[in-house]
Design a protein around this ligand. Structure first.
Ligand code: NMX
Ligand code: MLT
Length: 435
């Protein structure tokens, strides 16, 4: 048994009594109340989910297991000769809350390699799809198609699996899926955009490095991939992809069903697809000006045109955050170092100078600051991934790390099937009149 699995087992067993005690002895303690606006308005700010893997503070942004983004990157073992950490070590940290040693990290590198063979029928399914299907449809379909491999589903079907043991096959499925996602993602990319020229994996490389290799993008894209996957991994539990994955898994659907569902949510333009939308918006803007950079005045006008036509400014605003997203800041710092003269990077910085003012004047959004998606596309373009339809797949590979860690813990702590109560509009009107 790997160090990761042994450590996880100890952690889950040590943690479980806390959750059980809270549930049994303090189940009636009120932590929130719900108003009509929240029932209609997407349950915004209602505290009704639990996760210990990450926490999103509206002002500070995300912390993974208590660490800020810079602290996380500084603490994790780095890939030798590279700037960025192993994604494998980051997953160990997400699952256990402990920073792994280099040896523990290398164990996962080897483990994921051993699990990385994607069944041929998954590629056959992808090849049977129309080539112009959206890459997110392909990605979600590939994950779902692989469901026949589920160890959780097989174990459940034996009728012998105890509730406290369910985390184990959930963990095994999660590890199998994670090992294969870069292969699937790169396959979709090469099949769709690079004349169907598939590049096989290089067994010498780590997970992030191998993804860059299979994409056919030269280094330092490997470090971009590692950074990108870590930054996009987790954003506490209420975002659409994490919440969907958790919800589906709460019915004891396995990790394949659950992740595929979460990926479908990520494909929405108000969620992960915003990174594709941002680049589309930037391209449109540049096209209007014959590929020259706009002046601030022109940019202001384009932003107003977008708002006046009823669209949102993609990459700006957030349901929880009320400041610039630290994931945006991390990408901005990377870009200042590696692509300072890139014209699209300059445009992103210019949008940052203008858009918050325009959005504030527009007066609707509660948060005029940029989120992660406002920045990610320009880095991809710089290194040669110019097909913006693909960007949400990159987000999805990263997001899988967080949501799969979460559903493994969900089973470890025995969380119940999720089933909030609905009410009717008549009831709301009655309560509204009663005050
Ligand atoms: N541009 C224009 N209007 C906006 C924007 C924006 N970027 N952000 C919010 N609003 C509007 C919003 O549509 C709503 O209008 P209405 O009352 O007419 O329905 C109003 O401002 C109040 O919304 P908020 O409470 O500020 O935001 P909410 O929590 O409902 O939604 C987002 C959050 C992220 C969906 C929203 O800010 C948005 O649509 N942003 C652009 C899309 C985007 O960047 N999504 C990616 C989020 C990060 N991710 O990767 O998932
Ligand atoms: C995310 O990373 O999931 C997004 O920022 C959306 C969110 O947190 O609501």
């Amino acid at each position: 048994e790997s160090t990761l699995k042994q450590t996880l087992k100890q952690k889950i067993e040590a943690f479980r009594p806390r959750t059980q005690k809270l549930n049994k002895e303090f189940g009636e303690v009120v932590i929130d109340k719900v108003n009509i606006g929240q029932a209609i308005g997407g349950a915004r700010d209602v505290r009704c989910l639990v996760t210990d893997i990450s926490y999103l503070d509206p002002q500070e942004g995300i912390r993974f297991r208590g660490k800020t983004i810079p602290e996380t990157f500084a603490a994790l073992p780095k890939v030798p000769g590279k700037e960025q950490p192993f994604v494998e070590g980051f997953f160990y940290f997400l699952l256990t809350g402990e920073i792994p040693t280099m040896d523990q990290t290398q164990e996962i590198v080897a483990d994921w390699k051993a699990r990385s063979a994607v069944p041929q029928y998954v590629f056959d399914v992808l090849r049977a799809m129309p080539r112009d299907s959206h890459p997110m449809t392909m990605f979600s379909t590939a994950i779902l198609a692989m469901q026949r491999e589920s160890k959780f589903a097989k174990k459940y079907a034996t009728g012998t699996m105890k509730k406290n043991d369910m985390w184990e096959p959930m963990y095994e499925d999660s590890m199998d899926i994670l090992a294969r996602l870069p292969v699937i993602g790169a396959y979709i990319y090469r099949m769709k955009y690079k004349g169907d020229t598939i590049i096989p994996a290089d067994p010498k490389l780590d997970w992030g490095g191998n993804f860059a290799h299979m994409m056919g993008i030269p280094n330092p894209y490997d470090d971009v991939a590692r950074m990108y996957f870590i930054l996009h991994s987790d954003h506490e539990s209420g975002n659409v992809s994490a919440h969907t994955t958790h919800l589906v898994a709460s019915a004891l659907s396995d990790a394949y069903y659950s992740l595929s569902a979460g990926i479908n949510g990520l494909a929405g333009p108000l969620h992960g697809l915003a990174n594709q939308e941002v680049l589309g918006w930037i391209k449109q803007t540049m096209k209007k000006l014959n590929n020259t950079l706009p002046s601030k005045e022109q940019l202001k006008q384009f932003l107003w045109d977008t708002l006046n036509s009823g669209q949102v400014i993609p990459g700006y605003g957030h349901a929880v955050l009320r400041k610039t997203d630290p994931r945006y800041v991390a990408q901005n710092e990377f870009s200042k170092k590696h692509l300072p003269n890139d014209p699209l990077f300059q445009l992103v910085n210019m949008i940052y100078e203008v858009a918050p003012g325009v959005l504030t004047e527009h007066g609707k959004t509660k948060n005029p600051w940029p989120n992660v998606d406002a920045h990610s596309g320009v880095i991809q373009v710089h290194y040669g991934v110019v097909e913006e339809d693909f960007y949400t797949v990159l987000f999805g590979i990263g997001r899988a790390l967080g949501v799969l860690a979460n559903i493994t813990w969900d089973r470890g702590l025995g969380y119940a099937i999720e089933r909030p109560k609905s009410v009717t509009t008549d009831m709301l009107e009655k309560w509204a009149h009663e005050g």
